[in-house]
Design a protein around this ligand. Structure first.
Ligand code: AHG
Ligand code: MN
Ligand code: MN
Length: 319
């Protein structure tokens, strides 16, 4: 695996996508998302944005970061010329941005995941899921690309188009250059990232935590899905979960905007992603805001979580 600083020259994102055999239109789409991230990272870093309800120097209503990131990304996708429909975690419905692009792609995105962490200066991210055609309510295994941008001490972009998982870093010219390619997970986790209130865990999930602790796995949880999942991938060993909880059988995370893209990345890195009983990528969404419990990372540990949940717990009530 190539590590940072080991390449004779920097391979930029567009070139790598082409060499990776990615279709020109999809390459263009991924590069447009990369372009949008430059404006999003600036809006996070410059701090010239108050919270919603205040006004800027020009008397315009100040935009919360979620809303601004949503606007930046949606505009880019609409102008890309290859996107027909979009759905954002920040808007209620699917939006037809360019109906004449029906044969190209549709995109579901979380413009700024973990935005409440910006105030305490923790890492946040943008998550993007790309489907062929105009239908966004397809099972996640139909995605043609999944990517996230992580706004941390460094800004990095991690993508898959079904041919492995690859990481890029934003350099001083705000270009993305290759850091790691074909990231692969080990079978067992050395870290675990447990979301949700511990006191509301069900019996199978509690036993899963005991199983990890007994093996000496270390707890690493920031409260941001993108940095927490990124840590599992870049350490090449770990498990992240935001489970079903007593009183919240569907958990908290959203299938279209968060789970499908993260699940594709995890599987492409040789890991697994499950709702505790079923592969995330096989789930047929019923609505764009559907939530599902989430367990992802090292294959052996995700399998262990499923075994404990299926054997110790009643299946969720239908509907
Ligand atoms: P978003 O900011 O897009 O609403 O997502 C936040 C999510 C995700 O980042 C994280 O895994 C989860 O919220 C953390 O939830 P808790 O605060 O309940 O731990
Ligand atoms: Mn989110
Ligand atoms: Mn969000």
């Amino acid at each position: 695996m190539l590590k940072a600083g080991k390449t004779k020259f920097q391979i930029d994102l567009r070139r790598y996508l082409r060499e990776d055999g990615v279709d020109d239109r999809l390459t263009h789409l991924i590069c447009e998302v990369a372009e949008a991230s430059k404006y999003i990272v600036n809006s996070i870093r410059t701090g010239d944005l108050g919270v919603a309800g205040t006004s800027n120097l020009y008397g315009e209503e100040q935009l919360a970061l979620d809303v601004l990131a949503d606007r930046i990304l949606r505009k880019r996708l609409a102008k890309s010329g290859v996107v027909s429909n979009v759905a954002s975690e920040e808007t209620r419905d699917v939006i037809a941005v360019s109906p004449h692009c029906a044969g190209n792609f549709s995109v579901a995105f979380d413009p700024l995941d973990g935005s409440s962490l910006v105030d305490v200066n923790l890492a946040v991210g943008t998550i993007v899921s790309v489907f062929p055609g105009s239908d966004l309510l397809q099972a996640g295994q139909r995605q043609v690309a999944a990517l996230y941008i992580l706004y941390g001490p460094r800004t990095t972009l991690v993508y898959t188009t079904g041919n492995g998982v690859h990481e890029f870093g934003m350099n001083q010219l705000m270009e993305y250059t290759l850091l790691r390619r074909n990231i692969r997970l080990e079978p067992k986790a050395v870290i675990y990232s447990p979301g949700g209130l511990r006191k509301r865990y069900t019996s199978g999930v509690r036993e899963f935590v005991d199983h990890l602790e007994e093996r000496g796995a270390k707890l690493r949880y920031s409260g941001g899905l993108v940095p927490d999942v990124n840590q599992v991938l870049m350490k090449r060993s770990g498990v992240f979960f935001y489970p079903h909880l007593q009183g919240a059988p569907q958990g908290k995370l959203r299938l279209l905007f968060e789970l499908n893209p993260m699940a594709l990345l995890m599987e492409q890195a040789g890991g697994a992603a499950s709702n505790g009983r079923q592969r995330i990528l096989e789930l047929q969404p019923g609505a764009i805001d559907e939530c599902q419990p989430f367990f992802c990372g090292c294959r052996d540990d995700v399998t262990r979580a499923e075994e404990l949940i299926v054997n110790r717990e009643q299946p969720p009530a239908p509907g």
